[in-house]
Each structure stands twice: as structure tokens, then as C-alpha cells.
Design a protein around this ligand. Structure first.
Ligand SMILES: Cc1ncc(COP(=O)(O)O)c(C=O)c1O
Length: 368
């Protein structure tokens, strides 16, 4: 049984509109930051306007900039890469293991004297590699910034993804399990990073630990009050949303069942997956074409619908002349990550499972 989606409450909009004339306009965002910090057990949460803004702000607040190198997995989305280039740092793509985690041997080989940060991406809510990365970052004196934009609710050894690094970054974009339509936030235990992040997101109009107000350029990365109110409401109902998403993912996986050519990807024993997407490895010829076929047939998925491909072969990254990352490229090509949303009912998911079964059998018959 999939639990029902948490309902929105029209009164929250009215409550914010009633306060709109307040010129300070930081009532809801401040309350949200306090609630997020309490929910995650971190010292500080700083709200921003998007997940990309959270990543960019995190890098700036950690002092990363021109001439620095940031190591990130080739198995990522372009927003992570954009945040690094926006900070004027150089993205260095690291190959992944077949399980999608950063390959530690490749990572070590790519640590140069200019390397300043490692930026793991918990793609589709998977976070099984974070334990080893914490040790590696400490050994090489690298700042650790987690892209946990898809990992709200995922745990590693019982601890939330996004709380292992110097900073953890999250998106509140629609489609995420915890969403406010648009928005983002970052978590940190470091008060200096938190102060700098808060200053940067509002044109350095407030000072930050030795850097007076107005002494540096920043951005308008503020989260609107209305979005913050919505985010507060959704935070209060997050447990229900997470249970629903996990049940949806489990139901789709179970409904598809055993199929030749599709192998269920199971998170490691140390992970408690948030069910962001149902995940399979496509063991058939022309896997990207199969994902496209599924998207056309009504099964939204990361590769077929959103064109996910490894950053090392992404057209937008060609100018960076990246080294090949063959395992990440192959793993993403073979990844079937079915996009789930809070509104998906059991009927929707069973219908989607039948399409996957039909298309996989047809594809298998046609390509072998
Ligand atoms: C893994 C990952 N990183 C970064 C982002 C960027 O977040 P936003 O779209 O809120 O800027 C997203 C959002 O989709 C994401 O999934």
C-alpha cells in the first residue's frame, strides 16, 4: 500500500501574504533554517534560491575559486559542473565504479597540488561511497562538498546524506521528494562557512567573520518567503512523503519483476535509500535507445527523458577537454532510472510496469 500524498494547506499562503509588507522579509527563511538544522542535527542551515545556487555558494564560502581544481564524479548532472565553473574553478571528472560511486583509485591519481575540493554527487539518492570519501578528503586535505540534491532522506550507516562533508547541498526543485517548487539549502557545521554563505546569497549585505558588509560582491540567491513557508510545511510532512516515495519505488520494482535484460540495482547494505527512482541496469543492446523508447512509450527516465549522460562525454563539457571516464560512461548508458513523482498512484505505477515489461521483451527479441 502506498501512503497518500501529504496535502497542501492554503492557509500557509495567506499567512505569508499577510506579512508581505514587512520590509525585512526574512521571517520564514530564518524559521526554515532553524527547522532544517534541527531536522538534520547540524549546527547551521542556509537557504538559497536553488540547488545549483547551494553548490556555488558552498564552494565560494569554502574559499574555492580561480585556479583551484574540484574533483567530481563523471556520473553527474550538468548543474554540478555549472556550479564549479561558476566559482571559476576547474572541474576534474573522476571515473566511477560500476555501482556509480567515485572510483577511489582514479580519484587519487587525479589529485594534483591545485586540487582543493572533492564534490561527490548522490545521484538518484545513492550515497554508498561517502564513508570512504570522508577519509580520502581528510588524508589529502580536500574540502568535501556533497551534492545531496537528490538524496533528501537517504541515510548512510544511519546518518543523513548531506551531513558528512564540510557542506551538504540540497535542491527544493519540484520533483524532489522534499520540494517547494524551486529553492535550495546548504548544511554545515562550520559557523564561518555558514556566515559566508549567508552573506554571499544576499550581495554581501551582511558581514561575515572578518569580512564587513559591502566589502565583497555576492549574488541574489535568496529563497523567497513564500517558498520558505511552503518548504516549512513540506518539512513538517516529510516523513510521509519519504514513506510514500519508498513505497512507490518498491511497488514499481516488484511489479516489473524478473525480466531478462533488466537487473534491479540494489543499494549497499550500509545505505537506506530514499527511493528517489526505481533503478535497473539494462543488459541489452543499445541501452540508450531503449531508454528513449521507454520515454516515448510513457515511462519517464533519466537517460531517455532528460538526456543524462556522463559529464566526460556531455556536449556542454567538450570545451573542458575531459579525460575519458569509461566506466561512468558505460554505467550511465546502461542505467534505467525511472522518474517518480508524488502524484503517481498504484494504478499509474502498475501501468508503467506493464509498459516496461512489454518494451523490454520486444527489445530483447529484436536485438538478439
Ligand atoms: C544531483 C543534482 N545536483 C544539482 C541540482 C540542481 O538543483 P536546482 O535545479 O535546484 O538548481 C539538481 C537538480 O535537479 C540535481 O538533481
Amino acid at each position: 500500500m502506498i501512503p497518500p500524498p501529504p496535502s497542501a494547506d492554503a492557509r500557509i499562503f495567506q499567512a505569508v501574504l499577510d506579512r508581505m509588507p514587512n520590509p525585512v522579509g526574512q521571517i520564514e527563511t530564518t524559521a526554515l533554517e532553524n527547522e532544517l538544522a534541527a531536522a538534520f542535527g547540524t549546527a547551521h542551515a542556509v537557504t538559497v534560491s536553488s540547488g545549483t545556487a547551494a553548490l556555488h555558494t558552498a564552494l565560494i564560502a569554502c574559499g574555492i575559486g580561480s585556479g583551484d581544481e574540484v574533483l567530481l564524479p563523471a556520473a553527474t548532472v550538468m548543474m554540478t559542473v555549472a556550479a564549479v565553473t561558476e566559482a571559476e574553478a576547474r572541474p576534474v571528472f573522476v571515473d566511477t565504479t560500476p555501482d556509480g560511486e567515485m572510483d577511489l583509485a582514479d580519484l587519487r591519481a587525479k589529485v594534483t597540488p591545485r586540487a582543493r575540493a572533492v564534490l561527490p554527487v548522490h545521484l538518484h539518492g545513492r550515497c554508498g561511497g561517502i564513508g570512504e570519501l570522508v577519509e580520502l578528503a581528510q588524508r589529502h586535505d580536500l574540502t568535501l562538498v556533497e551534492d545531496a540534491c537528490q538524496a533528501q532522506g537517504s541515510l548512510y550507516r544511519g546518518r543523513p546524506a548531506g551531513t558528512f562533508g564540510d557542506v551538504g547541498c540540497f535542491s527544493l526543485k519540484d520533483g524532489k521528494i522534499y520540494s517547494a517548487g524551486e529553492g535550495g539549502y546548504l548544511l554545515t557545521g562550520d559557523s564561518v562557512i555558514a556566515e559566508r554563505a549567508a552573506a554571499y546569497r544576499t550581495h554581501w549585505a551582511v558581514g561575515a567573520s572578518g569580512t564587513p558588509a559591502g566589502s565583497r560582491l555576492g549574488r541574489n540567491y535568496r529563497l523567497p518567503e513564500l517558498s520558505a513557508r511552503l518548504a516549512r510545511h513540506h518539512l513538517s510532512t516529510f516523513a510521509g512523503a519519504l514513506a510514500r516515495r519508498r513505497a512507490q519505488a518498491a511497488l514499481l520494482t516488484e511489479a516489473v519483476g524478473d525480466l531478462p535484460g533488466l537487473a534491479v540495482i540494489t543499494p549497499s547494505a550500509e545505505e537506506e535509500h530514499n527511493g528517489y527512482s526505481s533503478l535497473w541496469r539494462i543488459d541489452m543492446a543499445e541501452p540508450r535507445a531503449f531508454s528513449l523508447r521507454l520515454a516515448d512509450a510513457g515511462v519517464p527516465n533519466s537517460v531517455g527523458t532528460f538526456g543524462l549522460c556522463a559529464a566526460s562525454v556531455h556536449p556542454a563539457c567538450r570545451y573542458l577537454d575531459p579525460a575519458p571516464c569509461p566506466v561512468a560512461e558505460n554505467t550511465i548508458d546502461r542505467l534505467l532510472a525511472v522518474v517518480l513523482s508524488s502524484g503517481d498512484t498504484e494504478t499509474d505505477l502498475r501501468a508503467r510496469a506493464r509498459i516496461i515489461q512489454r518494451e523490454a521483451r520486444t527489445w530483447m527479441a529484436q536485438t538478439t
